[in-house]
Every structure is written in C-alpha cells, then in structure tokens.
Design a protein around this ligand. Structure first.
Ligand code: URA
Length: 233
C-alpha cells in the first residue's frame, strides 16, 4: 500500500495532510531516512515523528474510562474518543468500543478495529468474564447472590432470563459481580430487580485483563499475548 493511503487509513491525517507530512520529512524509516510515497518499507520500520506507526488491522487498546464520558463517536457531551489521540477516531476501518460502559460507569474499556475479535469478546458463548465493583445505595440483604446465580432472573422488557452471574459481597453496601454477557444497563437493572440501587459502578477486569497501574483517562495498547489471551479460538 502507498504510504499516503496507509497513513491516512491509520488516521494520521487526510490524504492531503499526509502528503504534506511526507514532504516535510516527518515520515522516516527506523534509521531516520526520509521516506517518499512509493517507499517499500515494512510497516514495523516506518516512523512518524520518530515514533513507530500504530499497528495495522487488529489493533486492540484499553482505556481506564472515567465517569462522565459517553461510549460513542458522535453524541452530545464528552466522548471516550476525546481521551485518545485524534488519529484513533479517524482510522479506517473504524476503532469501535468493545461493548459499552454507561456514562456513569468507570473502568476497563477496550477498543478494536477488528470486528471478528470484538464479537468474540462480547458473545456470551465465549464466556469472557466481565468483573464489576458495585457500590449500592442500601445494604445487601443476603438473598441477591442466589437470585443472580439462578439463571432465572428475567429483567423487565427482556424475553430471556439472564445467564447465571456470580456476586460476592465485599462490604455492607459493596459487591463484586461477574457477568458473562452484556445487556443494556445490566448491572444497574439487576440490582434494581432485587430492590436496591447502584450508586457507583466500575469495571475492574475482563477475562484475566486488569487495569494494573493505568490511571483514569489513560490508555495503552494491548500486547499480542493479552489480546490473544482474552478469547480462546
Ligand atoms: N452494566 C451497567 O448497568 N452499566 C454498565 O456500564 C455496564 C454494565
């Protein structure tokens, strides 16, 4: 692929802008030699402003989403994409969020440009655990874990019951909830169904993947091992 098209697809700018960057000499190989549009350099050896290019197709990154941001490319209010470099919202194919977190929910949010990978993570068939830390308005009564584990809980306006979920009480008004599916506002609706109200919700983990020391509002690329470890084919 020509350099202009490659960089434009990765969101570094419009074709016109990218052409200008190439003329300015900011696109080089690993040794610092300035590249022209017809360069045959391998993706891994191309540098933009001395930095390696973002991975081509199959990129997966994680964001520690703060509350107050919406999982959408176009919406009113603050968007999660504003927390990433602009080029990530201009990539083709587009970088999508892997499922969604509500504006009021914080924590681990993945993005990818790989539609198959995205579907494998969100499909309940693949049993990727999503682990949430929940803070409730009222004390836990003791019957909730059994109801969530039953596989019989039918939420309002749903046709099929929820899959069994695991709830561990961590405090008087706090719990850790492990889900294997992701229905609309699922955690909030589950606790509403047992007469409580979610005051704060944080996704701490997906599969074995945790946020580690990634601070709120920060992002990083997943390593190939993390990427492949999340879903087994
Ligand atoms: N469940 C919810 O209710 N909200 C989220 O953001 C995620 C899971």
């Amino acid at each position: 692929m020509r350099l202009i098209k490659l960089l434009a697809n990765l969101g570094y700018g419009s074709r016109k802008e990218v052409q200008k960057y190439i003329r300015m000499g900011v696109v080089t190989d690993a040794e610092g030699n300035v590249l022209k549009d017809d360069a045959k350099t391998e993706h891994a050896d191309i540098r933009f402003n001395d930095r390696p290019l973002d991975p081509a197709h199959g990129v997966v990154l994680m964001l520690n989403k703060p509350t107050g941001y919406v999982c959408s490319l176009k919406d009113t209010g603050k968007l999660v994409y504003e927390l990433l470099p602009h080029r990530f919202s201009a990539r083709k194919p587009v970088l999508s969020t892997v499922g969604r977190l509500d504006s009021d929910t914080s924590g681990l949010l993945l993005f990818t440009d790989d539609g198959d990978y995205l579907h494998r993570i969100i499909s309940p068939k693949n049993h990727v655990a999503k682990i949430y830390e929940v803070t409730l308005a009222r004390p836990i009564e003791g019957h909730e874990a059994a109801i969530f584990a039953s596989g019989d809980l039918l939420l309002e306006s749903e046709k099929t019951p929820l899959q069994p979920a695991v709830m561990e009480q961590t405090g008087e008004k706090t719990a850790r909830l492990t889900l294997y599916e992701g229905r609309y506002h699922q955690v909030r609706r589950m606790f509403a169904a047992v007469g409580n109200h979610v005051e704060a919700l944080h996704r701490a983990q997906m599969g074995e993947l945790t946020l580690g020391d990634l601070r709120p509002g920060k992002w990083r690329l997943l390593t190939p091992e993390e990427r492949d470890g999340l879903v087994r084919t």
